[in-house]
Design a protein around this ligand. Structure first.
Ligand code: HEM
Length: 409
């Protein structure tokens, strides 16, 4: 279409409506076609093209402006809400130099080498999980399988004692990290619940720090407690907030990588068959599954000065929601983007973001996804999902995942 023909404006949408949550991709396709940097009536732009998103995530002229975005969503008193104050201390919410300082304290635990060394332990956790459920002949894949792996791994990395883990499984299943991050504000009731959870987490982590001060171990919490004691490096509030971030970011997204990934495979039986016949394709399949139905659908940035993106100028102070899930299906990058193809080459999903906030746990999530999916398909060859047509999705926009996934074998 020539540039001179004005494109019609995209229709507004409700990102929490069941239709959108069930399948956001037709809407993304329309947005990309009509106005890929749409200034929406919600007060922020929506970026839906791969190229624009990649630029926005990497350009230093964009930042997080957490306080500004939260005020826009919840009003001037937003920071009086404990959960919103707490989230403001996450490295994920910060710009340099605070972001650099906080990320620098934990980055070593997530290098490719350190993560590769975790392979045997991850395999053992997955095998133990399947040993436990196999005799039952049925399970909820989300609750009984997908949750256990990332929660166990992150608890071990953080040095959370075995005796406290059951509590964490409960909390993890109840938690709704997605709503905390959604651009659609939480209701008062949701906020109250989130405040309560945040204060309880704070209490628990303070108790864990006391334990790790007394008995330091080879875990991330001990390292961070030591950094706090050395002074200047981080405050206790930052310590609590970032341990809590690692716990949340470390499991909810990976649970959904396993859940969304299995659903996509079962909805595409030819690809499932291919993967069963050629399990050596699993690492590539995980990249494609991340691209095809990402567990993180968007992340926001604010222009710190006027910035040109393509032929659009984004004004200082404007917020842009980068629709990672839309960029992942951009036909300018991927041929037949709506087709699942586990042999696709050169997959570079935007699912882990980009630039300075690029997901710290990307290698870990990939490895967990690969081992979980490969082992499940190998050890339960008769596994059938009971509802691939109308599964129940979690009611959030940012984090995409299933509430449950009943299955039998
Ligand atoms: C499939 C699984 C995962 C997905 C799709 C995912 C996605 C993302 C994305 C998109 C971001 C960047 C957000 C932004 O730019 O604003 C991010 C950041 C982050 N992720 Fe992940 N993540 C996953 C797993 C994990 C795991 C397993 C961990 C830790 C154990 C983790 C820890 C973090 C942390 C700490 C950040 C903040 C990094 C920073 O601000 O510098 N993630 N993740």
């Amino acid at each position: 279409m020539p540039d001179t023909v004005p494109a019609p404006s995209p229709p507004a949408f409700n990102p929490l409506s069941p239709e959108f949550i069930r399948d956001p991709y037709p809407y993304y396709r329309m947005l990309r076609g009509l106005d890929p940097l749409w200034r929406s009536p919600f007060g922020y732009r929506l970026a839906s093209r791969h190229a624009d998103i990649a630029v926005i995530l990497r350009d230093k002229k964009f930042g997080k402006d957490y306080a500004g975005r939260i005020r826009a969503r919840y009003g001037d008193d937003a920071m009086k809400e404990p959960v919103l104050r707490h989230m403001g201390l996450w490295m994920l919410s910060q710009d340099p130099p605070d972001h650099t300082r906080l990320r620098g304290l934990v980055v070593k635990a997530f290098t490719a080498r350190r993560v590769a060394d975790m392979r045997p332990r991850i395999q053992a956790i997955v095998d133990a999980s399947i040993d436990r459920i196999e005799p039952d002949g049925a399970m909820d894949v989300i609750k009984d399988f997908a949750f256990r792996l990332p929660v166990t791994v992150i608890c071990e990395m953080l040095g959370i004692p075995d005796s406290d883990r059951d509590n964490f499984f409960e909390q993890a299943r109840d938690a709704d990290g997605g709503r905390l991050l959604d651009p659609v504000p939480m209701t008062r009731e949701e906020l109250d619940k989130a405040n309560e959870r945040s204060l309880a987490a704070l209490d628990y982590f303070r108790h864990l720090f006391a334990l790790r001060r007394a008995e330091p171990g080879d875990d991330l919490t001990s390292q961070l407690v030591q950094a706090e004691e050395e002074g200047q490096k981080l405050t206790e509030d930052e310590l609590v907030a970032n341990i809590n971030l690692l716990f949340g970011a470390g499991h909810e997204t990976t649970v959904n990588l396993i859940g969304n990934g299995l659903l996509a495979l079962y909805r595409n039986p030819d690809q499932l068959r291919l993967l069963r016949e050629r399990p050596e394709l699993t690492a590539n399949a995980v990249e494609e599954l991340l691209r095809y139905d990402s567990s993180v659908q968007l992340t926001g940035r604010t222009a710190l000065e006027d910035v040109a993106v393509g032929n659009v100028t984004i004004a200082k102070g404007e917020s842009v929601l980068c629709l990672l899930g839309a960029g992942n299906r951009d036909p300018e990058i991927y041929a037949e983007p709506d087709r699942l193809d586990i042999m696709r080459e050169k997959i570079e999903p935007l699912s882990f973001g980009g630039g300075i906030h690029f997901c710290l746990g990307a290698q870990l999530a990939r490895l967990e996804g690969e081992i979980a999916i490969a082992t499940l398909l190998r050890r339960l060859p008769g596994l059938q999902l009971d509802d691939i047509e109308t599964p129940e999705w979690r009611p959030t926009f940012v984090l995409r995942g299933l509430l449950r996934m009943p299955a039998h074998w």
